[in-house]
Design a protein around this ligand. Structure first.
Ligand code: BTN
Length: 256
């Protein structure tokens, strides 16, 4: 495999997202920081992200959207969900190239059956109404076979495929797929087509399931069906009375 991407491998770091944030001014667009271990790995909703040292991919991709040479086309704050879309789709495609069929659990998890194989933490910096940079943090479970029982429902590529994987090749392949999505959909603003692709890979789309509405005073469980996404990427769920309700991230939880 040829090495085309600017990947910096670190032995240990607090969090690749935090390191990327600290170094943002000296990192080029599309630089990647990847660590064998994180001492303060962060997940969504203030959670921690834990991983056995050297067993999984833990990395952050730096995206820069200014007018400098080599930077990406501008993305408006309103359209920022496109970054989640290309990231999640890239992970699904990467897994599919190893015959692992995965789905996107909105907004930023990748699931195989009902188990989580990858988590994504995207942190955007804005100036006015546009993005100036984005740090796309990805934790992909690769070779780890046993997990802390306190984790709700983890799975790894090694569990799915009954083999181990070379992490450097995987990361190079991911970057190849990811930069392809950037070129085909973001840099030329084919956002509608991107949305169609994202919906086609969405976990539990059009399936009746139980959810928790976190906007209610005492979190309310309800049955409903995911029907799609709003323009900005909020989740639309239809309840059993046929009413549609839109949820921003953190406003709902899934019952798995
Ligand atoms: C989640 O599912 O909660 C998101 C997990 C994101 C974990 C990755 S690992 C690399 C990067 N650095 C971090 O501290 N977090 C992300």
């Amino acid at each position: 495999m040829t090495k085309k991407h600017d990947i910096i491998w670190l032995e240990s770091v607090d969090s690749t997202n935090d390191q990327a944030k600290r170094d943002i001014s000296v990192l080029d667009n599309l630089s990647v920081l990847s660590a064998l271990t994180q001492t303060g790995g962060r997940g969504q909703k203030g959670n921690t992200w834990s991983s056995e040292p050297g067993q999984n991919l833990l990395f952050s991709v730096v995206l820069k959207f200014n007018d400098d040479h080599g930077a990406l086309e501008q993305i408006q704050a309103y359209d920022q969900f496109v970054i989640s879309e290309i990231t999640a789709l890239s992970v699904v495609d990467l897994l599919s190239s190893y015959r692992i069929e995965a789905k996107i659990k909105w907004p930023n998890d990748i699931y195989v059956c009902n188990r989580k194989i990858c988590g994504i933490l995207i942190e955007n910096a804005l100036k006015g109404k546009s993005l100036t940079s984005s740090i796309v943090g990805i934790g992909l479970n690769v070779n780890q076979k046993t997990f802390d029982p306190s984790l709700p429902n983890p799975i790894s590529m090694a569990i799915c495929g009954s083999r181990t994987y070379d992490m450097e090749s995987l990361l190079e392949e991911f970057m190849e797929i990811f930069t392809g999505y950037l070129d085909r959909y973001c840099n030329i603003r084919r956002y509608g087509q991107l949305r169609t692709l994202y919906l086609s890979q969405m976990w539990r789309l059009n399936e009746k399931a139980l959810f928790i509405d976190n906007t209610k005073e005492s979190d309310m469980t309800f049955e409903g069906t995911i029907r799609g996404l709003s323009e900005v990427g909020h989740l639309i769920i239809e309840n059993n009375e046929g009413e549609l309700k839109e949820f921003a991230f953190k406003e709902m939880s899934y019952i798995i």
